[in-house]
Ligand binder design. Sequence first.
Ligand code: FAD
Length: 287
Amino acid sequence: MIPGNFDYHRPATLPDAIRLLADLGEEARPLAGGHSLIPMMKLRMATPEHLVDLGGIAELRQIRREGNALSVGAMVTQHELLQSAEIRASLPILIEAAELIADPQVRYRGTVGGNVANGDPGNDMPALMMVLGASYRLEGPNGAREVAAADFYQGAYFTALEPGEILTAIHVPLPPAGHGSAYEKLKRKVGDYATAAAGVVITLNGGVVSHCAIGLTNLADTPLLAEEAARSLVGRRLDEASIADAVRHARAIMAPASDGRGPAEYKIHVGGVMVARALKRAADRAS
Ligand code: FAD
């Protein structure tokens, strides 16, 4: 339970952090809230020789309106997200999900950027960023690039981040007025990661689905966008038959591992239940 030796660096600016990571090489890792990385280091599943703490970089802590989108700085904590009136008004699904992450102690330290950059399929924010059509700004020694959340996750703990790159901000387009959203998370106890979870953003027009996105957490090696399930609902009313069709399509792409949270068959079953519940609740909230 004691991490290996490492050197600690705390740059004050983003260019300094990028330079440090480039100079220190592959044995250096960014440190955000530390609530995934430090436990991994204690288990010796991660053994970085250098930690580059992003906590001193003020520009990474801002939530800004940018036209019809919000830009959330990577070092905004889950607690700060919950305190943001702008997020509460425009992106209530992020509030709902953040309230279900761990406990207040973890949320005071854990950051949104760390949650999405980590690549753990159990993290709650990635599937929601995919559902919202968000993109990530990645900055490194070769400049900046924007990667869609839907293209970012390649395998468990394997993402589009190149060595030396820092995820600096998350760009979230605002869903249309009148949309409804919900996040349903089944967990064994308060503070646990999801056994299975589903997030839905839906828009109705005269009771008929005009837009829908469904995301799945901890139901495969990566967060999933259940595109076929969402497509099957467009142009239909949300009733038992259309929900059952969507659940069937969503279950078809789930590929969870059996573990202490249950066998894969059980997770696929409850994953479908989460999709049905999230669809109903999101539709109830859509005006
Ligand atoms: P860190 O732990 O500092 O970093 C995580 C990884 O991302 C590291 O590899 C780091 O190098 C990299 N990284 C961090 N920031 C950046 C960046 N800006 N650019 C590039 N790479 C970066 N999470 C959930 O989603 N749901 C849960 O239910 C949940 N339950 C938890 C319960 C407990 C008891 C604990 C301790 C944690 C739990 N977490 C849960 C994890 C928590 O949300 C973490 O805070 C989060 O996964 C990582 O964010 P962090 O800021 O702590 O990142």
